[in-house]
Design a binder for this molecule. Structure first.
Ligand code: SF4
Ligand code: SF4
Length: 363
């Protein structure tokens, strides 16, 4: 059985206007994706969905910086998308650093129901140490101006934060800052980059899990204006109600997730660019999933001895093959964030048990 949702990640450009200190992206194609490539990709996905049981499509515009493709690219893309998927519920997301947003772009995104994710790593001192322009100039103040613009125009947006060792022991400051913004928050761990030396920003094993536990303790006690925080909310519901929360914890992303690079190369998702599945111009989608690498990824949860015996398997499924690869392992190795997952899963279980018994799990 496939997941109900098929996720299509499109990279309209592979270029960026920033030079973040931890960036993993291979940003060297400035020209936007040719619309013929996009049209072929959409037609192939549409034909694939005719054969599967997916009931919803999510399109995630990613990069590089996807707004660099320009508003005209999106205008033309939208008409291709609406003619390709006339009969299936569709949600569109765009993940951006926000700096190219102006009034016209915001109104366009709002009119077309885009759900916008803005990259922001926390208060000024944390964000500006990491997310900088090519000149080295800081970006926090500019991003905050864009948040005000979006709020004024009533454009829905959430925030995506990357957790690095700069966030360590700053849980209260970070939590208070994001709570004051009142927007949904996504917390992503920093993953090693092959092209950029971001080792000096990588947290140690377990730091991400401990950070999530401390944020969880503040978040769960918040009575007024509790913001959605992912992955805490998805972990909480997966543990209390069952099911796997997100792509990296599903039995397999094969068959349910596809990324398209500007030249038509297909990947599982945009960070996983060491595993090129083939060109969408040359292969139907089902063929792209037939490589031996995809077979190995499909079999991961059943082939990792520690995962087979793990109590977290129903919510974790061995984690993400891209993370395993980025940390220097094989795609069918256990996710190197295993220790972090164990910490937060066990913390949430204890919190749920304490709610049932009335005995506090922590002081
Ligand atoms: S490789 Fe990992 S992040 Fe990419 S789609 Fe698969 S599970 Fe998700
Ligand atoms: S928590 Fe670790 S051992 Fe358990 S399923 Fe996840 S990756 Fe495997």
């Amino acid at each position: 059985m496939p997941d109900p949702v098929f996720t299509l990640m499109i990279e309209p450009v592979k270029a960026c206007d920033l030079a973040c200190r931890y960036c993993y992206a291979d940003n060297h194609w400035k020209n936007p994706m040719d619309l013929d490539i996009l049209g072929t990709a959409l037609a192939r996905v549409c034909a694939y969905l005719d054969q599967t049981g997916h009931t919803e499509v999510h399109i995630i515009w990613h990069g590089g910086e996807p707004l660099m493709a320009g508003i005209e690219f999106y205008r033309q893309s939208l008409s291709l998308i609406s003619s390709s998927f006339p009969d299936i519920p569709l949600r569109q997301f765009i993940q951006t650093n926000g700096l190219l947003l102006d009034r016209e772009f915001c109104l366009f995104l709002k009119k077309n129901n885009f759900e916008v994710g803005i990259s922001l790593d926390g208060p000024k001192e944390i964000h500006d140490a990491l997310r900088i322009q090519k000149t080295g100039a800081p970006t926090w103040a500019k991003v905050m101006e864009k948040l005000d613009l979006m709020a004024d125009l009533d454009l829905f947006f959430g925030i995506c934060m990357t957790f690095t060792n700069r966030s360590l022991n700053r849980e209260k400051t970070i939590f208070d800052f994001f709570t004051s913004l009142g927007r949904p928050l996504r917390i992503n761990p920093l993953i090693p980059s092959r092209r950029n030396k971001n080792k000096n920003l990588l947290p140690s094993s377990g730091d991400y899990g401990r950070f999530l536990c401390r944020i969880f303790d503040r978040w769960i006690r918040t009575e007024n204006r509790r913001i959605p925080i992912s992955p805490l909310d998805t972990y909480l519901s997966a543990i209390s109600q069952g099911g796997a929360p997100e792509c990296r914890h599903r039995p397999s992303c094969i068959g349910n997730h596809l990324g398209i690079r500007p030249n038509g190369e297909a990947v599982l998702c945009s960070p996983f660019d060491v595993l090129i599945l083939g060109s969408i111009l040359e292969h139907p989608v089902s063929e792209l999933y037939e490589s031996s690498a995809c077979t190995r990824i499909r079999g991961r949860p059943k082939s990792i001895p520690e995962c087979i015996l793990c109590e977290n398997k129903p919510v974790c499924h061995g984690g993400c093959p891209q993370f395993a690869s980025a940390f220097g392992g094989a795609i069918d190795d256990k996710d190197p964030l295993c220790r972090d997952y164990k910490l937060i899963f066990s913390h949430i279980r204890k919190a749920l048990a304490s709610l049932e018994t009335g005995i506090p799990a922590h002081g």
